[in-house]
Every structure is written in C-alpha cells, then in structure tokens.
Design a protein around this ligand. Structure first.
Ligand code: ZN
Length: 294
C-alpha cells in the first residue's frame, strides 16, 4: 500500500474499490499541507490504469504503464483539473511573469468547460477523473452547476473534490459525495461535528414521543442552525452506512431504514429552504418519517 496515503483512507479506498462501491463523487477533506492531491492522483490511477490490482494490499495503479506515468505527470487525456485562475498561475514555473490580479474563485465557466469535456469524453469508454482543487472556492453559481453534474452521474466519470473542511463546502455538494477525512487538526472539527450528529441520531432513535417533541422544540429555537444540524445528521447517517459495510457492530436502525432517512433528511433541508416553516418540517421529520423504535 502506498506510504503517502493515510492508512485509514487507504483501507477505505481498498474496500470501496474491491467491492465496486467507489462513488462517482469523492470529497477529500484536510488542510493544504495534507496529501489530498496526491491521494486524488492515486485514485485516478486506480480507476484508469489497466494493470490496477485492487487486492487488500495493492490499492493503486501499477506506476509503470504509460497511463500511470502520464497520470502522475498530470498530462493524461482522461485526467482533468478544475482550479481557479490564481491557482493556475501559482503553479506556473518561477520564471513566468505572474498576473497578480487573477481571481481565486472557481467560476461557472470552469464548470461549463467540465461539462464540455464530459460531453467529448462520452465518446470513449475508459474512465475519466476530474480533480477539483479548492472546492471551497467554487462560486455559488459554479457550485450549483456542478451539483447538477453530480446529480446525474455518468458511467466512468469520477469527480474528486478537495477542500479544507466540511463546513467550507456547500452542504448540497457534500451530501452527494463520499467523504474522506485526512487526519489533522482541521478535519478534527468535522469529526467533532459528525460525532455530535451521531449522538443526536442515537438520542432521536431512543426518544419516545414526548422526548421527540422536546428535541424539536430545542432545534426549532435556533432557526439559522437547523439546516446545518439536519445536514450534519444526514452526513452522520451516511458515515454509519459506509462503516456498516466494514464492521459487524450492530446497527440501531437497519441499512434500508438509514438509506430512507438520508433521503428524508435531504427533503427536509429542501423544504426548510423553500418555505421555512421550521416547526412543521421538524414535526413531519421526527414524528412521522423517522422510524419509532422505543
Ligand atoms: Zn499503470
């Protein structure tokens, strides 16, 4: 297994690749100092290299073939990079005169270009990978355009989005992605957030009707944070579903129930955004849609 991939992430990727469960969209979360981009290239190699072995001990491409060499030199035709103008300039060699007025945002044009590349790449069957550097620099418009692409996954098209933390990414984008947290201080707060959400998840599961009313009352008090709380719950459940494939620890709800809850939570967030009657949305969610187990 490559030394430069954190062991927990390597294990997760090996399992996902072995079991054909690697999603079309991945979100790699960690600070700039982490090896997110290198891991993204390893994933692209695992997808594109024709000699890839996905046994538990070998995760990635062979590193010898022409595909692998071109991938790690970042000039493979099936590897696409999306980044801001400022980042493109930052990566130019030292001796090139740099335009300091360039934008650090990833604008809608970049996503239009991505869609064009997607259209062109449909002509060949080999996998294509798009690496999006600094996904938190997507403008709102660009993020929404990307979301449409993620919502209509195409066979053999993979998107690897890099960002410093979960909070920096639009929740709707994050909820479409399999997330990989790099072990470090920034990712630690994502972990705390998802641990808090996991606790809330268990609390709701164990609660009787009157306790659920109290939880709704608590959540509804702070309207600004309700959507974030629901997004957090959604992430925590997705994480539980993912880890349930890797361990045999008993689940409070079964996978089918949890998958249904992910969809229900997403709808609740959309409803809150659309008309904002927090109390009604929460009552519907926790009293009608959520399974009763106590
Ligand atoms: Zn190879």
């Amino acid at each position: 297994m490559p030394q430069d991939i954190p062991p927990r992430i390597a294990q997760y990727l090996s399992n996902a690749l072995n079991n054909h469960r690697l999603g079309h969209a991945l979100l790699l979360l960690g600070p700039h100092s982490s090896d997110k981009e290198l891991v993204a290239l390893h994933i692209a190699a695992a997808l594109i290299c024709k000699n890839t072995k996905t046994s538990a001990s070998v995760l990635v491409g062979c590193h010898i073939c022409i595909d692998c060499r071109q991938l790690f030199q970042k000039n493979h035709t099936n590897l696409h990079y999306i980044m801001s103008e400022a980042e493109i300039i930052r990566r130019q060699p030292e001796n090139v005169e740099k335009n300091t007025a360039s934008s650090s945002e990833i604008r809608i044009d970049a996503i239009r270009a991505l869609k064009h590349e997607q259209h062109m790449s449909n002509l060949n069957e080999t996998p294509h990978a798009w690496i999006i550097i600094d996904g938190h620099h997507l403008t709102h418009q660009a993020a929404n355009a990307l979301l449409k692409t993620l919502e209509e996954p195409q066979n053999n098209h993979f998107f690897i989005i890099l960002a410093p933390s979960l909070q920096s990414v639009l929740p709707t984008i994050a909820s479409r992605c399999q997330r990989l947290l790099f072990p470090d201080t920034v990712a630690a707060d994502c972990k705390t957030l998802s641990q808090q959400s996991a606790l809330l998840f268990e609390k709701i599961n164990q609660a009787d009707l009157s306790e659920r009313f109290r939880i709704i009352e608590q959540l509804a008090k702070n309207k600004e944070t309700v959507r974030a709380q629901l997004a957090g719950l959604q992430f925590a459940i997705m994480e539980l579903i993912q880890s349930s494939f890797e361990s045999s620890s008993p689940l409070t709800l079964n996978r089918r129930q949890m998958t249904a809850l992910v969809a229900v939570l997403e709808k609740a967030q959309t409803d809150l955004k659309a008309h904002g009657n927090t109390q009604l949305v929460l009552e519907h969610l926790f009293l009608q849609s959520w399974p009763q187990i106590s």
